[in-house]
Design a protein around this ligand. Structure first.
Ligand SMILES: [Zn+2]
Length: 334
């Protein structure tokens, strides 16, 4: 039973839900605005608040104050269309927000957009950080192999381009990292943006139908015999690929991202191993039976779980954290 049943204002909430007003633009005073992901101006984006939880949906779901000069407006319904799996965790989500999820034809981004961003990949903070560990040539090799670029609009941010098995670009995931290689958070929320939400990338962001594919999926045909290891984040796939090049590393792009029947069809006939972040083990274990209907050889790697201390578990570390930590200490994980 959802917790909100206990809420004394249940009827009012139901009404609100039905009218889709569960999410509204933040109108508290003093109002804290954040940097607009498109025009890059600080304190211009008014975010949407979930009136049930009192929390912001995300740092890029909102409306830019610069209505004419920028015009960025990313609504909660667009957000939930882009993230259909969030439905699993959002039991109160209004039905009307789920309507467009069944459009099965994906939209794509033009190849030239990806190339432009890849040409400036060295300007990203993540590139510089990995360069300090691996050197320029190896970092460049992996950024080219996986299609990673940089963007001008979010200072030093990396763009991870998920390219499907047919070579089509499903979107770009724009993420900011600090000088230590960790994601930058603002108000506890990760700074993150989709390329397909930007007018500079696609003509009509509102019409774009995002159907996510695995990040690194284009490499399945390049390495037809490799065992496939699946991690959650794009950065982890690249880092693990450096330390364990004998495997093909893909990223699900979100805690359950691509781990669904539709997107996982590309794994048919492959030996697949899941490498979940420490806080996602149970959820990923729950995906094994679904994956076995697609390919018979599926397993889960428990190594991280076995070696994690309670502190590391609380910090929800992922494989990249373990590998980089070991590399810095000079004690590689076998
Ligand atoms: Zn703006």
């Amino acid at each position: 039973m959802p917790l909100y049943i206990r809420d004394t204002s249940l009827n009012q909430n139901r009404q609100t839900m039905n009218k889709d007003y569960r999410y509204r633009l933040d109108n508290t005073r003093p109002r804290i605005k954040v940097t607009c992901p498109v025009c890059g101006r600080a304190k211009k984006l008014v975010r949407y608040v979930d009136t049930f939880t009192g929390k912001f949906l995300s740092n890029y779901v909102g409306k830019c104050d610069r209505i004419f000069k920028c015009g960025y407006h990313y609504t909660p319904s667009e957000y939930f269309r882009d993230y259909p799996w969030l439905n699993d965790f959002s039991v109160h989500r209004p039905l009307s927000l789920r309507i467009k999820e069944h459009n099965t034809k994906p939209s794509f981004i033009e190849h030239s957009r990806m190339v432009e961003s890849m040409n400036r990949c060295q300007s990203s903070t993540l590139f510089r950080f990995l360069c300090s560990l691996w050197g320029n040539d190896e970092t460049m090799r992996l950024f080219h192999l996986y299609n990673v670029g940089a963007t001008l609009s979010m200072n030093g941010a990396s763009v991870f381009w998920p390219v499907d098995v047919k070579g089509c670009i499903r979107t770009g995931k724009i993420m900011q990292y600090g000088n230590d290689g960790h994601r930058i958070k603002e108000d506890g929320l990760v700074n993150f943006m989709w390329a397909h939400r930007m007018k500079s990338m696609v003509a009509n962001p509102g019409d774009f139908n995002l159907m996510q594919c695995f990040f690194g999926e284009h490499l399945l045909s390049v390495y037809p015999d490799s065992k496939v290891m699946i991690v959650e984040s794009e950065k982890s796939a690249i880092i693990a690929s450096h330390y364990y090049p004998q495997f093909l590393w893909l990223a699900s792009g979100g805690c359950c991202g691509c781990l669904n029947q539709t997107a996982s069809q590309v794994l048919k006939g492959r030996e697949v191993w899941l490498v979940p972040d420490l806080d996602a083990e149970d959820r990923w274990r729950g995906k094994i039976s679904m994956l076995r209907t697609i390919t018979p050889t599926v397993g889960i790697v428990n190594a991280l779980s076995d070696m994690a201390t309670p502190q590391q578990r609380a910090a929800k570390l992922d494989i990249a954290d373990f590998l980089l930590d070991a590399a810095i200490k000079g004690t590689p994980i076998i």
